[in-house]
Design a protein around this ligand. Structure first.
Ligand code: SAH
Length: 412
């Protein structure tokens, strides 16, 4: 692409003047990298040349000194996040081509020309070959979130590439990594506007409007990954009494309202979330009395929901398991939550139930829900098995990237 050269602090140039440190993998521990999986765990390391710093570029070799991968080093269980399986010294062009590829992919999917949707994920970390980097597009505002020090260190270069590639489609960039970078890395940073300024906060999703709180909102501001699943809720909401548990900013509720629900209740334990939900409902359905938003714990709420006669319930809890070591507890949590929903949903009701825990496999999630169903004695059919949308792609070499799992169940 023509245009001025990128003027920025090129961290890589500084680093490659010195020698790139080498990591040697223990014998037999090279298999996952040979299968193009993008992580090297610390336990697989035999030795390192020197002591790489957090975020430093490293090259990984097998026991016989054969090159395996190039990546960002970080102290922790995942020691290297791979950015390439080719042996070379990366420069701005390398990143430009990577980001051009995500841009072409989203363009091919129609995200940049859509009249009805202006919010989507632009870069999905491992799923787009860029471990540690998330970038969400909100109607011209790109919210960037770094999950690795290596990506954080090249932020200036990335910002310049975003500006150059997206041109006038890009109005502003907001940096939001306050909670996502490791504390131990001791990075002195604050969430801030890196480019442009606040460019409005209302985005469209399938024609519905949503106000986004970039600063205080969860994730990058919105749960973009539920777009298609919300559309499905709309389809089944006609004349239903809908309960949207863990409702956050009310997105599922807006779709239920548009689908012709008789009544919709949004429940979340966060008062900030419930305020946002009220605003979003008012934005789309001003003065509509069918909706109510309640600050409450979802588990407690379900205990007394039996007499309310809900016939469509959405369960979209936060990740119950962030690590494998709490897996058992998480599965118990899903079982308990779903059991309560099976107990109170009306005969002929529809349950939308989700897990966004990366550590919980689809099989494990299904088993928890099925045990809860069996214990309730209800007859249950599977209508749909859901996942994440196309702008949250999963790399075929990184199955862990499929974190969102959902079931739509018909409960007699
Ligand atoms: N369904 C939402 C996203 C849900 S995120 C959407 O489509 O936008 C999970 C939400 O659960 C968060 O808003 C969080 O505040 C809320 N939450 C966490 N624990 C809770 C609990 N015990 N009871 C109710 N809400 C809870």
């Amino acid at each position: 692409m023509p245009g001025p050269a990128i003027v920025c602090t090129n961290y890589y140039k500084i680093q490659t003047m010195r020698e790139i440190k080498r990591i040697i993998v223990k014998s037999g521990k090279d298999q996952s990298l040979r299968r193009l999986h993008p992580w090297l765990f610390s336990g697989a390391i035999k030795k390192m040349s020197g002591t790489p710093r957090d975020g430093e570029l490293v090259k990984v070799y097998d026991n016989k000194n054969e090159f395996l991968a190039l990546g960002h080093y970080q102290i922790g269980s995942i020691a290297v996040r791979v950015i390439s399986f080719s042996d070379f010294d990366p420069d701005e062009n390398f990143w430009m081509e990577k980001i051009r590829s995500v841009y072409e992919y989203r363009k091919m999917l129609g995200f940049f020309d859509s009249e009805e949707t202006s919010v989507f994920r632009f870069i999905n970390a491992e799923g787009d070959g860029m471990p540690g980097l998330i970038a969400d597009f909100y109607n011209g505002t790109l919210v960037v979130q770094f999950h690795s020090v290596g990506m954080y260190l090249i932020r200036d270069m990335l910002v310049e590439i975003f500006k150059r590639l997206l041109g006038d489609k890009l109005k502003a960039i907001y940096y939001k990594s306050g909670k996502t970078l490791p504390h131990k890395a001791d990075i002195d940073h604050k969430d801030a506007w890196l480019f442009g300024e606040d460019n409005g906060r209302v985005v469209k999703e399938y024609g519905n409007s949503f106000k986004i709180d970039f600063e205080k909102g969860q994730k990058t501001g919105f749960f973009i990954d539920q777009r298609e699943n919300r559309k499905l809720v709309e389809k089944y909401s006609k004349d239903k009494k809908v309960l949207n548990l863990f409702g956050y900013s009310g997105a599922f509720s807006v779709y239920a309202m548009r689908g012709g629900a008789e009544q919709v209740h949004t429940v979340d334990s966060s008062a900030i979330a419930i305020e946002l939900a009220k605003e979003n409902l008012e934005l789309n359905f001003p003065g509509d009395k069918r909706h109510d938003a309640i600050v409450a714990d979802a588990f407690n709420y379900l205990d007394s929901a039996g007499d309310k006669g809900y016939d469509l319930i959405i369960l979209d809890p936060p990740a119950f398991a962030k690590h494998q070591n709490v897996l058992h507890k998480a599965l118990q949590g899903y079982k308990r939550l779903n059991a309560k929903a099976f107990q109170c949903i009306r005969p002929g009701g529809i349950l939308f139930t989700f897990s966004c825990s990366q550590a919980v496999s689809r099989e494990n999630f299904k088993r928890s829900v099925f045990v809860a169903a069996a214990n309730s004695g209800r007859s249950v059919r599977i209508l749909y098995q859901l996942s994440q949308p196309v702008d949250h792609p999963v790399s075929i070499y990184h199955p862990e990237g499929e974190y969102l799992k959902g079931l739509v169940l018909y409960v007699e």
